[in-house]
Design a binder for this molecule. Structure first.
Ligand code: OGA
Ligand code: NI
Length: 334
């Protein structure tokens, strides 16, 4: 239980096992949040314009915020509410679901890989599959009592937005609309991060820099910012916009688009004034699906940058401990 960082929140200082060596610490430098990632209005009437904005954001930033996405504010508030309640329960409740075994379907984990890392991250996490809902709902947490109902509704709604964005990306790239409609998006994972208030945010991280290994990610960051995105050699803070999704591309999208769209590294800083809870929906390919640059995006002018592989091979190669995004991708480069 002491592995769960919320059991340590009453500490006046950051425990040593969470303190990064000086050259890897956040330090006191504030990152800029002005000039941040593009904000795109999905409710805009000019669809061609929306597609162009999405494509440009995916090429230049690998990230954007989405407003007017159609998910009711109530669903978002309910989901954020049960997510926060889950981490406000006594730590003993969460400890029952704690596991270090990634094959455990529903699990709570601490940091990134508590038993295999040199320094720990200031984070707890709950994750479980969420599509199709009927297949997994009976395995989801029973507490808070509204969790299953709320997460079921939310999972269906967030999936709708994710698939819609994928269709728009396809239109923009000139792929068939449903290119991602089947096995390339068949797995969905709901992942809830909790970063308790931290006595000294200059010493530790919420999450190390990483690229998501999936197709596309939709994140709710509530009212507390902390996410930082790498752009033109600098880290940029992502402003917390109420009810907006922070959307970013996973590495499979970079590969399928043959490098045209970017999967960009990001990280999370902690903060000393408020706990932060984020609700993340990851869309993944089926383990057996074949990932490769889309044939129509490869021609004499742009030869394929990546080889074809089964997604399981990527999963076996990806390591969430490394902070270098090329570590995994280099195995798939041509
Ligand atoms: C992630 C992630 C960011 C955040 O879970 O992959 O990047 O702000 N989360 O919680
Ligand atoms: Ni991420």
């Amino acid at each position: 239980m002491e592995k769960l960082v919320s059991s340590r929140v009453n500490k006046q200082s950051v425990p040593e096992s969470y303190v990064f060596p000086p050259e890897k610490r956040p330090g006191d430098v504030a990152v800029r949040t002005c000039n941040s990632i593009p904000v795109i209005d999905l409710g805009g009437s000019d669809q061609a314009e929306v597609i162009e904005q999405i494509l440009r954001a995916c090429e230049e930033y690998g990230f954007f915020q989405l407003v007017n996405h159609g998910v009711p504010e109530k669903s978002i508030n309910d989901m954020m509410g049960v997510a926060m309640e889950f981490f406000e329960m006594p730590v003993e409740e969460r400890a029952k679901l704690y596991s270090e075994d990634p094959s455990q379907v529903v699990r709570v984990k601490a940091s990134i890989r508590y038993d295999n890392e040199d320094v720990h991250y200031w984070r707890e996490n709950l994750r479980h599959p969420s599509h199709p809902v009927e297949k997994f709902i009976n395995l989801w947490p029973e507490k808070p009592s509204r969790y299953r109902d709320v997460a079921a509704t939310y999972s269906v709604e967030v999936r709708g937005v994710a698939l819609r964005i994928l269709e728009l990306i396809c239109e923009g790239l000139g792929l068939e609309r449903d290119y991602f409609g089947d096995e390339l998006s068949s797995t969905q994972v709901l992942s809830i991060n909790h970063y308790p208030k931290c006595p000294d945010p200059s010493l530790t991280w919420g999450l190390q820099q990483h690229c998501d290994p999936n197709i596309i990610t939709l994140l709710l960051q509530g009212e507390v910012s902390g996410l930082q995105v790498f752009k033109d050699g600098e880290w940029m803070g992502v402003e917390a916009l109420p009810n907006a999704y922070v959307v970013n591309l996973g590495q499979q999208m970079q590969i399928i688009s043959n490098g045209r769209l970017k999967s960009v590294k990001h990280r999370v800083a902690t903060n000393s004034t408020a706990a932060r809870t984020t609700v993340v929906a990851f869309i993944y390919p089926d383990k057996d699906s074949i990932i490769a640059p889309a044939p129509t995006l490869v021609d004499v002018k742009s030869s394929p940058l990546y080889r074809a592989f089964r997604f399981q091979e990527f999963v076996n190669t990806y390591t969430d401990i490394s902070d270098d995004k090329e570590t995994t991708l280099k195995h798939f480069k041509l």
